[in-house]
Write a protein that binds this ligand. Sequence first.
Ligand code: ZN
Length: 138
Amino acid sequence: MKSYRKEITIETPHRRDYINITRQVEQCLHESGIREGLVLVNSMHITSSVFINDDESGLHHDFEIWLEKLAPEKPHSQYRHNGFEDNADAHMKRQLMGREVVVAVTSGKLDFGTWEQIFYGEYDGMRRKRILVKIIGE
Ligand code: ZN
């Protein structure tokens, strides 16, 4: 069995952003040489997510509105976590959108459904963050 590991670093220009990282994960798969197996992609932070969904800007706007309803950023004082920090909402948004995805690798390609794309969801950005890509197989 072969094994491959890489960290992707991202610094988003805004506090919250959705970044399509599918091409970067495909590049990792290419570098790994693995043709059959599994790819794990996870955020290495507790205020951001990796998830699979549609690359459609209206939907990303809808995510933003939905997340702000469930875990509004402001007022910061509504959260006990916000003493030295102001990112309690980001921890909660991450819980809603998830930590990681696993994608099957078949014939050297990510074995997606028709509209599936991999996204990095940032909820406390404007600083360097890391995403782990781990691929196993043969
Ligand atoms: Zn925090």
